[in-house]
Design a protein around this ligand. Structure first.
Ligand code: NAD
Length: 474
């Protein structure tokens, strides 16, 4: 049975959109059609933006406690449908069961954590001559990518609602189904009409209509650096606040006193999490030159140990790419690596053995001396690792910082002082030392062309607030 979504959620009701084309959604492991979703158009965005703007004055006036109750209700409604959202995550994106389970639970928990942040937040502060207050930004246009569809919608929606903003959400075209469950959870929680609105559609059509809309005060965007650039330019026309969470090419720096196996296995675990479809994945391992072969052999052994298959099978540790288009993109990068002369230690072009359908690629390990080559600098967004030699700590820092990105990174060393020096020198928003740490209280976001926004925790909440100073003359 396929899922048909032919209504948009606008102003507290499921409405028939002006757009009448539908986009099919496919199971990434089998290619089977699992659903279809109506594509909205600019007129639908206009109705949604007007509803969100009309709802804003009274929503911002609700008490923090009242908003927290709504957030709790949304979480409860989503929790009741956790299995459904986990199943859709596995099918749409190709995510393995443990990762899908962990991240869908995290998405639900964000509502409680942001309600708590709002409760304990110092909304007003007295200066000698002014009162400084935090107020919600207004109408937020939230635009999300396909790789963690529910989590990345909730990481915007929870802080935005907690802050007192109203929202128009546009999910990615190829993985839109969990956004409808989120809208149903909001609807069942009884939020006032217009506080949350869902408009599906393409980036060019619906996305740009949100970004350019005069009633939208802020764009919260997660996606590619390419689209982030365009969104910044379009939003500039109306001087909107733009919070960007973009791509990455994160380096795992291995110093000469580190346990190479521990570091390489951690980086391989990272580059295969969500099948490499993660912005924070460690996609470059920068190792001492004399440890290059050892690192490559460990990485190749990691690949040998992967169980590739349908993500719903308990035994599977690596699933497919989310779409056929993305499978071809990842394969073309693997081909480029080979053509550019990088040494192939595992994987290559073509489907993995035993996978004749679905969007599977071969997990691949390259070694290259050319830190400026295409595979060493561009975001591939698949299970493709690139190992690069360094000649000392400063050279490793130089290589780590040598792409346009600056989202995340890792350092491995037996010496905490050295590790900390390298972590601080890396131009990236999150750096882990001696292992992958998932701290969702800590801010996540990019330096350089990885963006300018911060998500999660207090920093994620602050994105949705304006500062106002009120001074009394006499
Ligand atoms: P994408 O940029 O192609 O699309 C993201 C969203 O933007 C989609 O909803 C799309 O329809 C919309 N969009 C595209 N062009 C637009 C435009 N001109 N105006 C308005 N909206 C537009 O990205 P993707 O392929 O869906 O996702 C993968 C990318 O997301 C990767 O680069 C990844 O690193 C990045 N990402 C970043 C983070 C982070 O926190 N930094 C998290 C997850 C994913």
């Amino acid at each position: 049975m396929t899922i048909t979504r032919d209504r948009l959620y606008i102003n507290g009701a499921w409405v028939k959109p002006k757009g009448d084309t539908h986009m099919k959604v496919h199971d990434s492991a089998t290619g089977d059609e699992i659903g279809s979703v109506v594509m909205g158009v600019a007129t639908d965005v206009n109705v949604a933006a007007e509803a969100a703007a009309a709802a804003f004055p009274s929503w911002q006036d609700t008490s923090v406690e009242e908003r927290a109750k709504y957030l709790d209700a949304i979480a409860e409604n989503l929790r009741a449908r956790l299995d459904e959202t986990i199943d859709l995550f596995m099918r749409e994106v190709g995510t393995t069961r443990p990762i899908a389970t962990g991240f869908q639970s995290l998405a639900v928990n964000l509502f409680a954590s942001h309600a708590e942040i709002a409760r304990t937040f110092e909304w007003q502060k007295e200066l000698p001559n002014s009162t400084v207050t935090h107020e919600p930004v207004g109408v937020v246009g939230a635009i999300t990518p396909w790789n963690f569809p529910l989590l990345l919608a909730c990481v915007k929606l929870a802080p935005a609602l907690a802050a007192g903003c109203t929202v128009v959400l546009k999910p990615a075209e190829i993985t839109p189904l969990t956004a409808f469950i989120l809208a149903e959870a909001v609807d069942a929680a009884g939020l006032p009409p217009g506080v949350f609105n869902l408009v599906t559609g393409t980036g060019i059509d619906v996305g740009e209509a949100i970004v350019s809309h005069p009633l939208v005060d802020m764009i919260s965007f997660t996606g590619s650096t390419r689209a982030g650039r365009r969104i910044s330019a379009v939003a500039g026309e109306t001087i909107k606040r733009v919070s960007l969470e973009l791509g990455g090419k994160s380096a795992c720096v291995v110093l000469d006193d580190a346990d190479v196996a521990e570091a390489v296995n951690a980086a391989m675990g990272s580059v295969t999490t969500n099948n490499g479809q993660g912005c924070k994945c460690l996609t470059r391992i920068v190792v001492p030159r004399d440890k290059l072969d050892e690192a490559a052999r460990i990485a190749a052994a990691f690949v040998d140990g992967l169980v590739i298959g349908d993500p719903r099978d308990e035994a599977t540790t690596l699933g497919p790419m989310a779409s056929e288009e993305h499978r071809l993109r990842v394969e073309s990068y693997i081909k480029t690596g080979i053509d550019d002369g990088a040494a192939l230690f595992a994987g290559g072009v073509g489907r993995p053995d035993g996978q004749s359908k679905g969007n599977f690629v071969r997990p691949t390990v390259f070694v290259t001396d050319d830190a400026a080559s295409t595979i060493a600098t561009e975001e591939i967004f698949g299970p493709v690792q690139v190992i690069i030699p360094h000649d000392g700590d400063d050279d490793a820092i130089r290589i780590a910082n040598s792409t346009i990105y600056g989202l995340a990174g890792a350092v491995f060393s037996a010496d905490p002082v050295r590790a900390s020096r390298v972590a601080r020198a890396m131009r990236a928003g999150q750096v882990d030392i001696n292992g992958m740490v998932y701290d969702f209280e800590a801010p996540m976001g990019g330096y350089k062309q990885s963006g300018n926004g911060r998500a999660f925790g207090l920093a994620g909440f602050l994105e949705y607030l304006e500062l106002k100073a009120i001074a009394v003359a006499r």
